[in-house]
Each structure stands twice: as structure tokens, then as C-alpha cells.
Design a protein around this ligand. Structure first.
Ligand SMILES: Cc1cc2nc3c(=O)[nH]c(=O)nc-3n(C[C@H](O)[C@H](O)[C@H](O)COP(=O)(O)OP(=O)(O)OC[C@H]3O[C@@H](n4cnc5c(N)ncnc54)[C@H](O)[C@@H]3O)c2cc1C
Length: 490
């Protein structure tokens, strides 16, 4: 960041936004393409709020759903109540880009520098394992899973900046050196004729690799509907979690106060991602919201229809956009991103939980992406636009752990009686974190922690005091601007 007075004052304003209480979700979000038509269970809730539970899961996105499902797989007898402030899956999970895309060639380099080789490898493997896991879950749903439209695609990351392209090749090399088994799965292309054949215009090069594309609202909707129809879970929509309190009860040590009354419970699990710091204020400025912008754009006749087999990223000198395509004949592009393209002064997205409004500066950029990035993109037209809220952390890693008193400010109960837990802070990459983080957390809650050591970056995602003490809103911003795009971190 420049040290001019004006920049400093913008920086201070942004830092103050990250330090704010994120509050609870706004009532009237923009309408996401993915959420039309609404799920039959969108407004499900009991006539009377249950008074007692074994587990209260707050949040009905992919994290809350995965955690609940895996808890029940561990212990079928658990009584779980899931709270949702709005309609089911109406948060980021129902509003995102639908990419199941780990970008190890970009991320590994920075992870290794910051956290060391062992941790970087563990985190990278964890992210990469999500594609198979989600494809497997969709397959297991049989016919129902097909409407989830989880598909394996080739992810094409086009780099539209000369320096960025040089760096991308170095980083890919660094990743492949430590992951020899991945060689051949990630390839570079920088021949202009080939790039044009791939449909890319103006790119210096691209990296091609494994990826996935999904309709998360429908996929997770199927999973949640199945749990509800089997009577395994009580979903309480339009029910805001307002406060968590400790009680003196030896059987149900927590009370969750909601907009519809209170529930006594053994465990409370915070799956509220961007909003987590509302109920856990110690996380303000350490786990903060960022508003993302999505569009659906119709494409001209000449634009190839390859949505069933391909997805893209467009990586600019600053920032990146992410694009999937409808696998149907219409070939519409689902295009999101545009963050900070209007400069710091115009930014309204950092720290914002307002998904009832659009991001003007992101939209201005996104409208122009098809014509700038694709050979046949000129003439694409925005048909639908909406926003959604992500959760980012001060060091770029999620928080998946038991909530200790240094985070909750509450006394901890005996671990064999119950506990308070968190799974949040996916830094915009929920589809390659949340599902298996939910599985890991479920194992921890039910006392099977040892089962996750081999495949889950438990220490790296822990909410230790030492880790949290290193985080601040100012530090988060410095870090964030220094590594503005995940796909071209320096
Ligand atoms: C525009 C956009 C594009 C994205 N694109 C991608 C992508 O392509 N690939 C990818 O991997 N990730 C993407 N992400 C990120 C991804 O969607 C998220 O990381 C992921 O969905 C988080 O899931 P979650 O269940 O943790 O949170 P959410 O899905 O946000 O669910 C949290 C739920 O908690 C509810 N809630 C909050 N507070 C309370 C309360 N006090 N009481 C009751 N309920 C409450 C909310 O209403 C919400 O439904 C994108 C996100 C956005 C916004």
C-alpha cells in the first residue's frame, strides 16, 4: 500500500469495516439464479421450536449440512436442530460460483512459504480431495444427485498479465516438484493459436487441470431434504441464533437463544461463516465478511458450448474472475468476481454483509469480461445478477475447532458432556474446504478425533490463542492486498 495520507485514511476506513460486528443476515437478499425455483424445504420449520437437542447447528449452508450429516453417520441417535436465519441454503452456498476448484499450482507456493512444506502439503491434499468427495456424495444420491449437476471439468486458468504468467509457471513448477504424482495432470499452454482454439483471447498463457462444477443449492438441497425426510434432523428456518449462554446443567450445558425461543443443548456448532463474529465477538477483525458479485450472462451463437467439460478463471494483473458455463444448449456463463477492480476508493464489498444490494464496481468489470477474455465473448449480455457473503480470515486459513474460552468468553464445559465448535472462514474457497471440514468436525464432536489426523489439517485450522493473537484487521488488509488474487499470489 502507498503511504500517502489519502491511502492511509482509506486503509483505516477499510480496517474499521473489518472490525465491525457482522450482525445477522439481511432479510431481503438479491435473488440468486441458483435458488430459482426454491427448494420445497426452503421454509421448513417445526410448529414449535424444539426445547432440547444434543446438537444445535447454526447455519444451513454446505458446512452446517455436511457437519450434521457426518454427525448422524457417526451416531444415528443424535437429536440435531439446525437453525437458519433466512430460508434454507440462502447464504453463500446458494449464491456462489459453483466451482469445485483447488488451485494448488497457485496456492502451494505461498502456503509453503508461510506455513512450511509439511503443512502446505497437508492443506493442498485436503483441498484436492474435495472433488472426489463431492462427486462421490452426488453419486450416492442416485437419481436425486443428478439434479445437483456435480461434474468433473477441465479447469482452464487464463493469465492476462505478462508478469503474472511468468510467475504462474514458476509456481506450477514448485508445486509439481513436491507433488510428482500430479505431473501430467496440470499442463501449460502459451501458444497463441492453441490459446485461441481453447477460446481464450488476449491471454499470455493458461494452466489446465482438474476441476469441478456444481449447482450447490440443488446438491445440498438434496442432501438436506433426504435428512429431513428420514426424520434425522429438525430444520428451523427464519430462526435467528441470537446468543449462546452457558448453564449450570450437567446434561445440557448450553442455551441457544433464538428469535423463536431458546434451546438447551449439549453442543453448539457455529456454521455461520461470514457472520460468525456476531455470536463470537472475539473473532471480529479476524474472521470478516467480504461481499462477492455473481452474474449469469447469455452468450452469442458462436460461443462454444463446452460447459459440460470445462470451466475457466481469468487472472488479471489485479484480481481474478471465475466462470462456469451451463451444460445445456443455452451455454450461459455463470461469471463472478470483479473484486476491487474499481480501486480501493470505490470498494463497498470488504466487510459488507449486505447481499440485498449489488456491487456496482464489480458489475462494471464483469460485464466486460466475456469480450476481453474470450474469442467469441463480444455480445454477451448480463441476464441475472446477485451478491453473496463470504468469510475471510486473518491468515487465509479456515477455523475448524472446539471453541475455547479465549474465543467465546464463556466457561468451557467438561469435554465429555458437550462443547462449542466452529467451522468457518473459507476465504472464498468453500467448495474445496467445507464438506470434509464438516466430516472432520463431526468426528471431533463425537470423540473420534484420532480418525482425522491423517487427512485433515487439524493443527493448521485450529483456533489457538497464539494463532488468533497474530491476526488483526490491519494485518489482514496488508496480507490481502499483498496477495490480491488467490490464483496469482506473490
Ligand atoms: C458470490 C460468491 C461466489 C463464490 N464462488 C465460489 C466458488 O465458485 N467456489 C467455491 O469454492 N466457493 C465459492 N464461494 C464461497 C462459498 O460459497 C462459501 O465458502 C461456502 O458456501 C460457505 O458455506 P457455509 O455453509 O460455511 O456458509 P453459508 O453458505 O454462508 O451458510 C451460513 C448460513 O448461516 C446463516 N446464518 C448466519 N448467521 C446466522 C444466525 N445468527 N442464526 C441463524 N442462521 C445464521 C446464513 O443465513 C447462512 O445461510 C463463493 C461465495 C460467494 C458469495
Amino acid at each position: 500500500m502507498s503511504s500517502s495520507k489519502q491511502d492511509q485514511s482509506i486503509f483505516d476506513t477499510l480496517a474499521a469495516r473489518l472490525d465491525k460486528d457482522p450482525g445477522t443476515p439481511v432479510n431481503d437478499p438479491t435473488e440468486s439464479f441458483w435458488q430459482v425455483p426454491r427448494l420445497p424445504i426452503a421454509d421448513a420449520r417445526s410448529e414449535q421450536l424444539p426445547e432440547v437437542a444434543d446438537v444445535v447447528v447454526i447455519g444451513s449452508g454446505i458446512t452446517g449440512i455436511s457437519t450434521s450429516l457426518h454427525l448422524l453417520r457417526q451416531d444415528h441417535s443424535l437429536k440435531i436442530v439446525m437453525l437458519e436465519a433466512r430460508s434454507a441454503i440462502s447464504g453463500a452456498t446458494g449464491r456462489n460460483g459453483g466451482h469445485i476448484k483447488a488451485v494448488p499450482w497457485a496456492d502451494y507456493y505461498a502456503l509453503k512459504e508461510e506455513f512450511g512444506k509439511e503443512s502446505a502439503m497437508k492443506i493442498t491434499k485436503f483441498r484436492l480431495s474435495h472433488l472426489d468427495a463431492l462427486v462421490g456424495e452426488a453419486d450416492a444420491l442416485g437419481e436425486a444427485g443428478k439434479v445437483g449437476l456435480v461434474r468433473r471439468v477441465e479447469g482452464v486458468s487464463g493469465v492476462y498479465d505478462e508478469e503474472g504468467w511468468k510467475l504462474a509457471k514458476v509456481k506450477l513448477q514448485s508445486f509439481l516438484e513436491d507433488f510428482p504424482e500430479e505431473r501430467g495432470r496440470w499442463t501449460i499452454c502459451e501458444d497463441q493459436a492453441e490459446l485461441n482454439q481453447l477460446g481464450l483471447a488476449n491471454a499470455y498463457g493458461c494452466i489446465r487441470g482438474r476441476s469441478g462444477a456444481a449447482w450447490p443449492y440443488r446438491l445440498l438441497g438434496c442432501v438436506l431434504s433426504k435428512m429431513l425426510s428420514e426424520g434425522q434432523l429438525s430444520l428451523e428456518t427464519q430462526t435467528v441464533g441470537q446468543e449462546v449462554r452457558c448453564t449450570r446443567s450437567t446434561s445440557h450445558p448450553y442455551e441457544v437463544h433464538t428469535s423463536r425461543g431458546l434451546i438447551s443443548t449439549k453442543h453448539v456448532i457455529h456454521c455461520t461463516n461470514a457472520y460468525t463474529a456476531h455470536l463470537l465477538p472475539a473473532l471480529k477483525g479476524k474472521l470478516w465478511p467480504l461481499r462477492g458479485q455473481m452474474t449469469v450472462q447469455s452468450v452469442p451463437e458462436a460461443f462454444p458450448r463446452v460447459g459440460g467439460t470445462r470451466s475457466w478463471s481469468a487472472i488479471w494483473a489485479r484480481g481474478f474472475d471465475y466462470i462456469t458455463q451451463s451444460p445445456a444448449e443455452d451455454g450461459s456463463l455463470y461469471l463472478g468476481g470483479g473484486f476491487l477492480q474499481g480501486g480501493l476508493e470505490k470498494d463497498q464489498d470488504l466487510g459488507s454483509t449486505d447481499d440485498s444490494t449489488l456491487s456496482a464496481q464489480c458489475l462494471e468489470h464483469l460485464e466486460a469480461v466475456p469480450s476481453k477474455a474470450f474469442v467469441h465473448g463480444t455480445g454477451a449480455k448480463v441476464e441475472k445478477k446477485w451478491t453473496g457473503i463470504m468469510g475471510f480470515t486473518g491468515d487465509g486459513l479456515p477455523m475448524v475447532d472446539r471453541v475455547r474460552s479465549h474465543v467465546s468468553g464463556r466457561e468451557e464445559c467438561e469435554p465429555n458432556v458437550g462443547g462449542e465448535w466452529i467451522a468457518a472462514g473459507w476465504d472464498g474457497y468453500g467448495m474445496v474446504h467445507c464438506w470434509l471440514a464438516g466430516k472432520a468436525l463431526a468426528a471431533m464432536v463425537t470423540g473420534h478425533e484420532d480418525e482425522v489426523r491423517d487427512w485433515f489439517p487439524k493443527d493448521e485450522f485450529a483456533c489457538s490463542k497464539e494463532r488468533l493473537d497474530k491476526m488483526s484487521a490491519e494485518g489482514a488488509l496488508e496480507r490481502f492486498f499483498g496477495s490480491l488474487t488467490s490464483e496469482n499470489k506473490r
